[in-house]
Unconditional design. Structure first.
Lengths: 320, 164
């Protein structure tokens, strides 16, 4: 009887130790997991807050490229948000950021360029990394040369003939100018993963940019959209996807519409206060630029430009 | 007798566990207090950062900046543009621009431009103050104001209050 009691007591002790041990282990395990999760969130928050600060800073210092050291975290950039892991922060409607879908590595290249139509509308911000190679395919005409030279030297860029396209680098973006039809894929890029090669074709005659993605040994058309000015061509060079580019162009046109409303109001006030020859040039077109056609916008831009020149030559207060 | 001994041993083990958990509990409370203090400090820092970002944003707003043939003059606002933007934002017909576009850009804040010289004047540009704000940060930036009609410069202050 005594032995039986002792055995039960010993067994009970072991069961008790086992249960308590498991509970203690579970408790500490969950604590460690929670701490890791909150540390990941804190890192993501810090990266995103720093990115927003970098973006605000870079946006106002135009035409200067800023190489910025960033933590080695994968940052996803879309037209309306920035995200690291599960944490994301919005990109406000006034910020127009052309960037690849994902920013990897420890160096971020941030570059801003002013967009005028013809008055200053906003600064476009371009983000990239040294891992992305921008390959300009030699083509007749000066446009490719002009856009290539606009890009700062710190950007991984190259200008080559179609037959000499390099096949080194993590990601390759091909930039064609006025190439008829769908551009063909250089044969030495056939073995590159589909998501590591993309292309754009800039049609300068019709102010249109076509986006292509690699599918096997060919390029497939993703979409096409009209552009206004060189900064928008540069935007297409840096954009990861057609959808992001399209969304940023919409944001830019919306901003142009708001800024134009201010200029329209301003010129009507100027028109009320001046007389003589000046008055006739203070008439801005009442176009809604968020919906107007590209041709309409380009024609309005040249009209305002010529009016401003006349105003300047007559020593009148200028439109912009 | 043996049952009593076993019971005492059991109570001893339970008491040790209890004290162990109580100590861990104290540790956790202490840790979470310190963490929440750090979190609050980070929130305050982010709020101040947001206020500075808003101020920087307003200072470089193309809707307000002075320009001559497309060339921007820093820290200078065109009074005709200031008046125009004031009218556009505060026009009920442009509610969408205020509530959708500018709210996304400026958030909960109040932006006013005050002219001090040659005449005292004031233009409230944007105002969205939440009823239950917990923090407020004010930034004042001296600016020059250009009157395109008279072609003369004045002096003013850009006031930005950000609410959080």
């Amino acid at each position: 009887m005594r032995t039986k009691k002792g055995m039960i007591s010993a067994q009970f002790n072991w069961v008790f130790i086992l249960v308590a041990g498991v509970l203690i282990l579970l408790f500490f395990g969950s604590l460690v997991l929670k701490a890791k999760e909150s540390s990941d969130i804190a890192i993501a928050e810090t990266v995103l807050t720093n990115m927003q600060t970098i973006m605000t800073g870079a946006e106002v210092s135009v035409r200067t490229i800023n190489p910025i050291e960033i933590p080695n975290e994968e940052i996803k950039v879309s037209c309306n948000s920035l995200s690291v892991g599960k944490i994301s922060k919005p990109i406000t409607k006034n910020k127009i950021v052309f960037a690849p879908e994902t920013i990897d590595g420890t160096t971020l290249l941030a570059w801003a360029f002013n967009w005028n139509a013809p008055y200053h509308v906003t600064n476009f911000l371009y983000l990239t990394t040294p891992n992305i190679k921008y390959v300009f395919i030699n083509s007749p005409g000066t446009e490719a040369e002009k856009i290539f030279n606009l890009l700062p030297d710190k950007i991984n860029k190259k200008k080559v003939d179609f037959s000499n396209v390099p096949n080194t680098g993590n990601y390759i973006k091909l930039i064609f100018f006025n190439k008829p039809g769908i551009p063909s894929l250089p044969s030495n890029l056939n073995n590159f993963p589909d998501n590591k090669v993309s292309a754009i074709n800039v049609k300068t005659g019709s102010n249109e940019i076509k986006f292509f993605r690699k599918t096997g040994a060919t390029f497939t058309l993703d979409g096409s959209i009209g552009y206004i000015g060189d900064p928008m061509i540069l935007g297409a060079v840096f954009s990861g996807t057609f959808e992001d580019y399209e969304c940023n162009v919409k944001k830019a046109r919306n901003k142009l519409n708001i800024v134009s409303m201010v200029y329209r109001e301003r010129t009507s006030k100027l028109s009320d206060s001046v007389g003589g020859i000046c008055k006739s040039y203070y008439d801005l077109p009442p176009t809604d630029y968020s919906t107007a056609s590209i041709d309409q916008i380009i024609s309005d831009v040249s009209l305002i430009e010529s009016h401003n020149k006349y105003l300047q030559s007559f020593s009148c207060p200028t439109i912009y | 007798m043996k049952t009593k001994k076993a019971q005492i041993k059991m109570f001893e083990t339970i008491a040790v566990l209890l004290i162990f958990f109580v100590l861990i509990g104290f540790g956790l409370i202490f840790y979470s207090r310190i963490q929440s203090q750090g979190f609050q400090a980070k929130l305050d820092e982010n709020f101040e950062l947001k206020a500075i970002q808003t101020a920087q944003l307003v200072s470089f707003l193309p809707e307000l900046q002075c320009s001559s043939d497309g060339i921007i003059t820093d820290d200078c606002f065109d009074t005709l543009k200031v008046e125009a933007l004031h009218e556009i934002i505060n026009n009920p017909q442009n509610k969408d621009i205020k509530n959708n576009y500018y709210f996304d850009v400026f958030g909960s804040s109040e932006i006013t431009i005050e002219q001090i010289y040659p005449v005292v004047d004031s233009w409230p540009i944007y105002k969205k103050i939440p009823d239950d704000y917990k923090a407020k940060s004010s930034v004042k930036i001296p600016i020059s104001l250009y009157d395109a009609k008279k072609r003369e410069y004045g002096f003013g202050i850009l006031n930005i209050d950000v609410y959080g």
